[in-house]
Design a protein around this ligand. Structure first.
Ligand SMILES: Cc1ncc(COP(=O)(O)O)c(C=O)c1O
Length: 304
Protein backbone atom coordinates (compact mmCIF):
# COMPACT_ATOMS: atom_id res chain seq x y z
CA UNK A 1 0.00 0.00 0.00
CA UNK A 2 1.39 3.38 -0.99
CA UNK A 3 1.86 5.71 1.95
CA UNK A 4 1.18 9.44 1.79
CA UNK A 5 3.35 12.32 2.93
CA UNK A 6 1.58 14.54 5.45
CA UNK A 7 4.49 16.42 6.99
CA UNK A 8 7.29 18.47 5.46
CA UNK A 9 10.28 20.17 7.07
CA UNK A 10 10.66 23.85 6.20
CA UNK A 11 13.59 25.77 7.69
CA UNK A 12 13.94 23.13 10.39
CA UNK A 13 10.27 23.06 11.42
CA UNK A 14 7.87 20.17 10.79
CA UNK A 15 4.64 21.53 9.26
CA UNK A 16 1.68 20.03 7.37
CA UNK A 17 2.77 19.14 3.81
CA UNK A 18 0.30 21.55 2.10
CA UNK A 19 1.38 24.47 4.26
CA UNK A 20 4.93 24.86 2.92
CA UNK A 21 5.22 28.33 1.34
CA UNK A 22 7.54 30.46 -0.78
CA UNK A 23 6.68 33.82 -2.40
CA UNK A 24 6.19 33.61 -6.20
CA UNK A 25 8.80 36.37 -6.63
CA UNK A 26 11.37 34.71 -4.35
CA UNK A 27 14.77 34.68 -6.09
CA UNK A 28 14.85 30.90 -5.71
CA UNK A 29 11.94 30.71 -8.11
CA UNK A 30 12.23 33.93 -10.13
CA UNK A 31 15.93 33.40 -11.00
CA UNK A 32 16.26 29.69 -10.25
CA UNK A 33 18.66 30.32 -7.35
CA UNK A 34 18.23 26.91 -5.79
CA UNK A 35 20.22 23.72 -5.30
CA UNK A 36 18.88 20.36 -4.25
CA UNK A 37 19.49 16.68 -3.63
CA UNK A 38 17.34 13.69 -4.52
CA UNK A 39 17.98 11.00 -1.93
CA UNK A 40 16.36 7.64 -1.23
CA UNK A 41 15.55 5.85 2.00
CA UNK A 42 15.09 2.08 1.66
CA UNK A 43 13.22 -0.36 3.85
CA UNK A 44 14.92 -3.57 4.92
CA UNK A 45 12.57 -6.49 4.17
CA UNK A 46 13.40 -8.31 7.42
CA UNK A 47 13.76 -5.57 10.05
CA UNK A 48 11.25 -3.22 8.32
CA UNK A 49 13.60 -0.40 9.27
CA UNK A 50 14.43 2.43 6.89
CA UNK A 51 17.89 3.74 6.17
CA UNK A 52 18.98 6.65 4.02
CA UNK A 53 21.44 5.71 1.30
CA UNK A 54 24.73 7.64 1.15
CA UNK A 55 23.35 10.62 3.04
CA UNK A 56 26.77 12.14 3.76
CA UNK A 57 27.79 12.11 0.09
CA UNK A 58 24.57 13.94 -0.83
CA UNK A 59 25.16 16.53 1.92
CA UNK A 60 28.74 17.10 0.71
CA UNK A 61 27.52 17.73 -2.85
CA UNK A 62 24.85 20.11 -1.58
CA UNK A 63 27.52 22.04 0.37
CA UNK A 64 29.54 22.36 -2.84
CA UNK A 65 26.45 23.72 -4.59
CA UNK A 66 25.67 26.26 -1.85
CA UNK A 67 29.28 27.48 -1.91
CA UNK A 68 29.26 27.81 -5.70
CA UNK A 69 25.93 29.69 -5.56
CA UNK A 70 27.48 32.12 -3.02
CA UNK A 71 24.55 31.67 -0.65
CA UNK A 72 24.66 33.83 2.49
CA UNK A 73 24.63 32.01 5.80
CA UNK A 74 23.64 28.61 4.37
CA UNK A 75 22.15 25.97 6.67
CA UNK A 76 24.75 23.72 8.32
CA UNK A 77 25.33 20.11 7.36
CA UNK A 78 24.10 19.00 10.79
CA UNK A 79 20.87 20.94 10.40
CA UNK A 80 20.23 19.48 6.95
CA UNK A 81 21.13 15.94 8.04
CA UNK A 82 18.62 16.24 10.85
CA UNK A 83 16.06 17.66 8.40
CA UNK A 84 16.43 14.62 6.14
CA UNK A 85 16.01 12.16 9.00
CA UNK A 86 13.08 14.13 10.46
CA UNK A 87 11.30 14.30 7.08
CA UNK A 88 11.27 10.51 6.93
CA UNK A 89 10.54 9.90 10.59
CA UNK A 90 7.64 12.37 10.69
CA UNK A 91 5.82 10.54 7.89
CA UNK A 92 6.44 7.02 9.26
CA UNK A 93 6.50 5.43 5.78
CA UNK A 94 5.85 1.69 5.55
CA UNK A 95 7.86 1.53 2.33
CA UNK A 96 10.77 3.23 0.52
CA UNK A 97 10.85 7.03 0.43
CA UNK A 98 12.25 9.55 -2.04
CA UNK A 99 13.62 12.62 -0.31
CA UNK A 100 13.98 16.03 -1.87
CA UNK A 101 16.26 18.37 0.06
CA UNK A 102 16.25 21.85 -1.47
CA UNK A 103 18.01 25.07 -0.49
CA UNK A 104 16.88 28.28 -2.16
CA UNK A 105 16.81 32.05 -1.81
CA UNK A 106 13.59 33.01 -0.10
CA UNK A 107 13.86 36.79 -0.40
CA UNK A 108 12.66 38.91 -3.27
CA UNK A 109 15.45 40.60 -5.21
CA UNK A 110 17.45 40.37 -8.41
CA UNK A 111 20.16 38.26 -10.06
CA UNK A 112 22.79 39.28 -7.51
CA UNK A 113 20.71 38.54 -4.41
CA UNK A 114 22.46 35.92 -2.23
CA UNK A 115 20.12 35.72 0.80
CA UNK A 116 18.04 35.13 2.76
CA UNK A 117 18.46 31.42 2.31
CA UNK A 118 15.70 28.96 3.18
CA UNK A 119 15.37 25.20 2.83
CA UNK A 120 12.82 22.47 2.64
CA UNK A 121 12.99 18.71 2.97
CA UNK A 122 10.19 16.43 1.78
CA UNK A 123 9.95 12.63 1.95
CA UNK A 124 7.47 11.31 -0.59
CA UNK A 125 6.62 7.94 -2.15
CA UNK A 126 8.12 7.35 -5.60
CA UNK A 127 7.55 4.59 -8.10
CA UNK A 128 10.50 2.57 -9.33
CA UNK A 129 11.17 2.56 -13.07
CA UNK A 130 8.65 0.31 -14.86
CA UNK A 131 11.54 -0.64 -17.20
CA UNK A 132 13.76 -2.07 -14.41
CA UNK A 133 13.66 -5.54 -15.91
CA UNK A 134 12.71 -4.97 -19.56
CA UNK A 135 14.98 -2.03 -20.40
CA UNK A 136 14.57 1.55 -21.61
CA UNK A 137 14.27 2.87 -25.15
CA UNK A 138 16.62 5.84 -25.38
CA UNK A 139 17.32 8.28 -28.19
CA UNK A 140 20.35 10.52 -28.66
CA UNK A 141 19.07 14.06 -28.33
CA UNK A 142 19.72 16.87 -30.77
CA UNK A 143 19.96 19.09 -27.68
CA UNK A 144 23.43 19.12 -26.13
CA UNK A 145 24.34 18.83 -22.48
CA UNK A 146 24.83 22.03 -20.47
CA UNK A 147 28.51 23.02 -20.44
CA UNK A 148 30.81 23.70 -17.51
CA UNK A 149 31.53 27.28 -18.61
CA UNK A 150 27.84 28.18 -18.86
CA UNK A 151 25.76 26.18 -16.38
CA UNK A 152 28.04 23.66 -14.65
CA UNK A 153 26.48 20.22 -14.51
CA UNK A 154 28.37 19.17 -11.37
CA UNK A 155 26.36 21.72 -9.39
CA UNK A 156 22.92 20.21 -8.76
CA UNK A 157 21.03 23.44 -9.40
CA UNK A 158 17.31 23.32 -10.13
CA UNK A 159 17.97 25.63 -13.12
CA UNK A 160 19.97 22.82 -14.81
CA UNK A 161 16.74 20.89 -15.16
CA UNK A 162 15.39 23.39 -17.67
CA UNK A 163 17.81 21.90 -20.21
CA UNK A 164 17.02 18.36 -19.07
CA UNK A 165 13.33 19.04 -19.42
CA UNK A 166 13.63 20.34 -22.98
CA UNK A 167 15.51 17.19 -24.00
CA UNK A 168 13.14 14.90 -22.08
CA UNK A 169 9.99 16.37 -23.60
CA UNK A 170 11.55 16.16 -27.08
CA UNK A 171 12.55 12.53 -26.56
CA UNK A 172 9.07 11.60 -25.37
CA UNK A 173 7.53 13.39 -28.38
CA UNK A 174 9.86 11.27 -30.53
CA UNK A 175 8.66 8.05 -28.86
CA UNK A 176 11.57 7.35 -26.49
CA UNK A 177 11.60 6.87 -22.73
CA UNK A 178 14.43 9.35 -22.18
CA UNK A 179 17.24 11.18 -24.00
CA UNK A 180 20.98 10.63 -24.11
CA UNK A 181 22.78 13.96 -24.14
CA UNK A 182 26.12 14.57 -25.81
CA UNK A 183 28.65 17.23 -24.86
CA UNK A 184 29.30 20.10 -27.26
CA UNK A 185 32.26 18.05 -28.53
CA UNK A 186 29.90 15.20 -29.39
CA UNK A 187 31.02 12.81 -26.63
CA UNK A 188 28.51 10.91 -24.49
CA UNK A 189 27.54 12.79 -21.34
CA UNK A 190 24.51 11.32 -19.58
CA UNK A 191 20.73 11.13 -19.62
CA UNK A 192 18.53 13.97 -18.31
CA UNK A 193 18.27 12.60 -14.78
CA UNK A 194 20.75 9.75 -14.54
CA UNK A 195 24.30 8.79 -15.48
CA UNK A 196 25.10 6.36 -18.25
CA UNK A 197 27.36 3.32 -18.29
CA UNK A 198 28.33 1.00 -21.14
CA UNK A 199 29.72 -2.50 -21.09
CA UNK A 200 32.14 -3.53 -23.84
CA UNK A 201 34.09 -6.80 -23.81
CA UNK A 202 33.38 -7.27 -20.10
CA UNK A 203 34.60 -3.77 -19.16
CA UNK A 204 32.29 -1.18 -17.61
CA UNK A 205 32.84 2.25 -19.15
CA UNK A 206 31.39 5.49 -17.82
CA UNK A 207 31.96 9.03 -19.15
CA UNK A 208 34.61 10.87 -17.16
CA UNK A 209 33.97 13.81 -14.84
CA UNK A 210 34.97 16.25 -17.57
CA UNK A 211 32.08 15.09 -19.77
CA UNK A 212 29.60 17.57 -18.21
CA UNK A 213 28.04 14.93 -15.99
CA UNK A 214 26.54 15.39 -12.56
CA UNK A 215 29.10 13.80 -10.22
CA UNK A 216 26.59 11.15 -9.33
CA UNK A 217 26.53 9.31 -6.02
CA UNK A 218 25.05 6.24 -7.69
CA UNK A 219 27.69 6.22 -10.43
CA UNK A 220 30.44 6.15 -7.78
CA UNK A 221 28.58 3.39 -5.93
CA UNK A 222 28.18 1.30 -9.09
CA UNK A 223 31.84 1.78 -10.04
CA UNK A 224 32.83 0.41 -6.65
CA UNK A 225 30.35 -2.49 -6.80
CA UNK A 226 31.60 -3.40 -10.29
CA UNK A 227 35.21 -3.44 -9.09
CA UNK A 228 34.19 -5.65 -6.17
CA UNK A 229 32.49 -8.06 -8.59
CA UNK A 230 35.70 -8.25 -10.60
CA UNK A 231 34.40 -6.14 -13.51
CA UNK A 232 37.13 -3.76 -14.76
CA UNK A 233 35.97 -0.13 -14.77
CA UNK A 234 37.07 2.61 -17.16
CA UNK A 235 36.18 6.22 -16.46
CA UNK A 236 36.84 8.00 -19.72
CA UNK A 237 35.30 9.95 -22.57
CA UNK A 238 32.99 7.80 -24.67
CA UNK A 239 32.14 8.23 -28.34
CA UNK A 240 28.55 8.33 -29.52
CA UNK A 241 29.20 5.40 -31.86
CA UNK A 242 30.24 3.27 -28.85
CA UNK A 243 26.58 3.39 -27.80
CA UNK A 244 25.63 1.41 -30.90
CA UNK A 245 28.33 -1.23 -30.59
CA UNK A 246 28.18 -1.71 -26.81
CA UNK A 247 27.22 -5.11 -25.41
CA UNK A 248 25.22 -3.52 -22.61
CA UNK A 249 24.14 -0.03 -21.58
CA UNK A 250 22.43 1.07 -18.37
CA UNK A 251 21.42 4.22 -16.54
CA UNK A 252 22.07 4.83 -12.89
CA UNK A 253 20.96 7.50 -10.44
CA UNK A 254 19.12 7.87 -7.17
CA UNK A 255 15.75 8.32 -8.89
CA UNK A 256 16.24 5.79 -11.71
CA UNK A 257 18.28 3.39 -9.54
CA UNK A 258 19.93 0.99 -12.01
CA UNK A 259 17.96 0.37 -15.20
CA UNK A 260 19.04 -1.51 -18.33
CA UNK A 261 18.78 0.13 -21.75
CA UNK A 262 17.19 -2.09 -24.42
CA UNK A 263 17.47 0.17 -27.47
CA UNK A 264 19.24 3.36 -28.53
CA UNK A 265 17.92 5.23 -31.56
CA UNK A 266 15.78 2.10 -32.16
CA UNK A 267 18.86 -0.12 -32.55
CA UNK A 268 19.03 -3.00 -30.05
CA UNK A 269 21.72 -2.76 -27.39
CA UNK A 270 23.52 -6.12 -27.66
CA UNK A 271 20.69 -8.57 -28.33
CA UNK A 272 18.10 -6.07 -27.02
CA UNK A 273 17.76 -7.86 -23.68
CA UNK A 274 19.13 -6.62 -20.35
CA UNK A 275 22.77 -7.71 -20.11
CA UNK A 276 24.28 -10.10 -17.57
CA UNK A 277 26.68 -7.57 -16.03
CA UNK A 278 23.93 -4.93 -15.82
CA UNK A 279 21.59 -7.28 -13.98
CA UNK A 280 24.35 -8.47 -11.64
CA UNK A 281 25.08 -4.86 -10.77
CA UNK A 282 21.36 -4.14 -10.32
CA UNK A 283 21.16 -7.01 -7.84
CA UNK A 284 24.27 -5.87 -5.98
CA UNK A 285 22.92 -2.31 -5.85
CA UNK A 286 19.57 -3.52 -4.52
CA UNK A 287 21.17 -5.45 -1.66
CA UNK A 288 23.51 -2.65 -0.68
CA UNK A 289 20.78 0.06 -0.62
CA UNK A 290 18.37 -2.15 1.32
CA UNK A 291 20.93 -3.62 3.68
CA UNK A 292 20.23 -7.24 2.85
CA UNK A 293 24.01 -7.58 2.85
CA UNK A 294 26.34 -6.49 5.66
CA UNK A 295 28.65 -4.92 3.10
CA UNK A 296 29.02 -1.15 3.11
CA UNK A 297 27.00 -0.52 6.27
CA UNK A 298 28.73 2.91 6.27
CA UNK A 299 26.57 3.86 3.26
CA UNK A 300 23.31 3.39 5.19
CA UNK A 301 22.16 5.88 7.83
CA UNK A 302 19.40 4.33 9.93
CA UNK A 303 16.29 6.46 10.42
CA UNK A 304 15.78 6.36 14.18
C1 LIG B 1 21.18 15.12 -14.37
C2 LIG B 1 21.45 14.01 -13.42
N1 LIG B 1 22.49 13.21 -13.65
C3 LIG B 1 22.79 12.20 -12.81
C4 LIG B 1 22.02 11.93 -11.70
C5 LIG B 1 22.40 10.83 -10.79
O1 LIG B 1 22.95 11.39 -9.62
P1 LIG B 1 22.85 10.63 -8.23
O2 LIG B 1 23.36 9.27 -8.46
O3 LIG B 1 23.74 11.41 -7.33
O4 LIG B 1 21.44 10.66 -7.84
C6 LIG B 1 20.92 12.75 -11.42
C7 LIG B 1 20.07 12.54 -10.26
O5 LIG B 1 19.62 11.49 -9.91
C8 LIG B 1 20.63 13.81 -12.29
O6 LIG B 1 19.59 14.60 -12.06
Amino acid sequence: MAWTAHTIIQNGKAIPFEEARIHPLAVGLAYGASVFEGIRAYINPVTKRLSVFRLEEHLVRLDQGMKFMRFDDPPSRDELRQGVLDSVKANAPDDDAYIRLQVHIESLGNQSTTGKVGWVCAAIPRERSPKRTSGLALGVSSWTRIADNTTPARIKATANYHAGRIATLQSKADGYDAPILLTREGKVSESAGACLCLVRDGVMITPARDSDILESVTRTTVMQLAAELGVPVEERRADRSELYVADEVFLCGTGQELVPVATIDRLPVGDGKPGAITMKLQEAYESVVRGTTDAHAEWRTPVV
